[in-house]
Design a protein around this ligand. Structure first.
Ligand code: GLP
Length: 245
């Protein structure tokens, strides 16, 4: 199957189309393992899923989830932690069981152990059925920055200055942004049976072109997705403006 591209009219349409695929996954396999992402792009997707849940069309009772990444040093109660984000945008709004949701612990100082156990847990649940991704402006997926090795599982990374700067919009100042994070690696992401990547806005047009039309290179981590056998790119007009699929 390889890479499929879905052009959406706008952000809302992109969100609905992404939610549609996630919803189909849950309907087909009620105890599926979802890989979840943070960032501003998937928020509309989560809102759409919540809407369908509220209508009675979706049931998260048996769904299991693993998040892509977490900042090192942020506790779960910090409103900038990805744990907090997931609860705010999805977990607290649907009937997913807390013990079925997994987010790396940023407070665990033994990163190696935290990351190894995370990979083991994913494996023990049969692997990820569907991985949702956003796209960083430098081509990162999860927190796999340009130059990241393709063969890594979950590990600790030092964020690039550009990413710290981009994410400082949520923190107030760049100094407040943690400089390290735990993230699933490219290998973990590529092992997911299905991948859905959502991309929105004109500011992503250049990197989307590089990631989806350019050569597969570590400098553009998302370009590896071209080699996955079941990936769906869902972008709005603005984000896909430079892609001539
Ligand atoms: C962060 C996250 C990524 C996300 C990226 C893009 O760095 N770790 O998972 O894809 O931001 O975020 P946005 O969707 O807000 O552009």
């Amino acid at each position: 199957m390889g890479m499929r591209v879905i052009r959406a009219k706008d952000y809302k349409d992109m969100s609905r189309k992404a939610a549609n695929i996630i919803s189909a996954q849950i309907l087909m396999k009620p105890d599926c393992v979802l890989g979840l992402a943070t960032g501003s792009t998937p928020i509309g997707t989560y809102d759409q899923l919540v809407e369908w849940y509220n209508k009675g069309d979706l049931d998260f009772q048996y769904v299991r989830s693993f998040n892509l990444d977490e900042y090192v040093g942020l506790s779960r109660t910090s409103d900038q932690s990805y744990y907090f984000f997931m609860h705010e945008h999805l977990f607290d709004r649907v009937n997913i069981e807390e013990e079925n949701t997994h987010v790396l612990s940023g407070m665990e100082r033994n990163g190696e152990k935290e990351c190894r156990e995370y990979d083991e847990k994913i494996l023990s649940m049969g692997g990820i059925d569907l991985q949702l991704l956003g796209l960083g402006h430098d081509g990162h997926i999860g927190f796999n920055e340009p130059g990241a090795a393709f063969e890594k599982g979950t590990h600790c990374v030092t964020l690039k200055e550009a990413t710290v700067k981009a994410n400082s919009r949520f923190f107030g100042s760049p100094e407040a942004v943690p400089k390290q994070a735990y993230t699933m690696g490219i290998k973990s992401i590529m092992q997911a049976r299905k991948i859905v990547i959502v991309v929105s806005g004109a500011d992503k047009a250049d990197i989307a072109e590089q990631a989806f039309m350019g050569p597969v290179v570590p400098e553009v981590p998302a370009s590896i997705l071209q080699l996955h056998n079941d990936v769906v790119v869902i972008g709005d007009e603005a984000a896909l403006a430079k892609c001539s699929f």
